[in-house]
Design a protein around this ligand. Structure first.
Ligand code: ZN
Length: 236
């Protein structure tokens, strides 16, 4: 069996500065995500953080990463333009990217999408996550509706380019709706944006949420990866 190599990147700020969030994710959000991904026989996941050399994302690591998962919130601007360019180059060459929750506003997503990525939001809500494309690979084995007891409200309008597919729509107590699970293609890379995962609630411990992220990893794993991120494909 071929193994999918996943890197989960986390800015790793709230879990070290807020005791309530540290209690939810003592191992860091990256540690929690890596733990459930590493339970899958065909996935090997390692966690990296912003404070590591090269902001955790060396060219060598990205070269051997099939799918990169991104969790960022308060430190988007601390990510260097050089890191953003490096990540975008690898996405264009085929690396998959899964952007979680507040990663919608990351420099990496803004660079790849080319739109402001703004949305409306409200702290302290609950969510019903509706699967609207049940035949999609990311929805495999996922219930039609998932209840998330505590989640931040993210609402439309969501300033994204038209996505390739809308797989999930979130509904919130105030009546707001949101395109909570959307796919894009940039170059040869597949991208999935997935809204759940506010840091104050144990959303990534919910089995249905884990199922969606596992499915997304398998979906985003490249069928084609250019050996040189900026090179051309030579056809015979
Ligand atoms: Zn949040």
């Amino acid at each position: 069996m071929s193994v999918i190599r996943v890197t989960v990147w986390n800015e790793f700020l709230h879990e070290r500065t807020n005791a309530a969030i540290a209690a939810v994710y003592p191992e860091g959000i990256h540690g929690a995500i890596a733990a459930f991904l590493n339970r899958e026989a065909d996935i090997r996941c390692e966690g990296v953080t912003l404070d590591m050399p090269e902001q955790g994302l060396s060219d060598e690591l990205l070269q051997r990463t099939d799918v990169l998962i991104w969790w960022g919130h308060a430190l988007h601007e601390a990510v260097s333009d050089e890191t953003v360019r490096r990540v975008a180059r690898h996405v264009h060459a085929g690396m998959g990217l899964i952007a979680l929750h507040s990663a919608h506003g990351s420099k990496v997503m803004r660079a790849l999408m080319g739109t402001p990525m703004t949305l409306s939001w409200r702290h302290g809500d609950s969510e019903k996550l509706w699967c609207v494309l049940p035949a999609h690979p990311i929805a495999r084995g996922v219930p039609r509706c998932i209840e998330i007891p505590e989640e931040e409200m993210y609402g439309e309008p969501f300033a994204i380019p038209n996505p390739d597919e809308v797989v999930f729509i979130g509904g919130f107590r105030g009546g707001e709706v949101f395109r909570s699970g959307v796919t894009f293609t940039r170059g040869y890379g597949r991208i999935f944006y997935f809204q759940p995962g506010h840091e104050e609630a144990p959303v990534y411990r919910q089995p249905e949420i884990q199922r969606i992220i596992v499915n997304a990893v398998r979906w985003a794993c490249p069928a084609l990866r250019l050996p040189e991120p900026e090179g051309n494909i030579h056809c015979v």
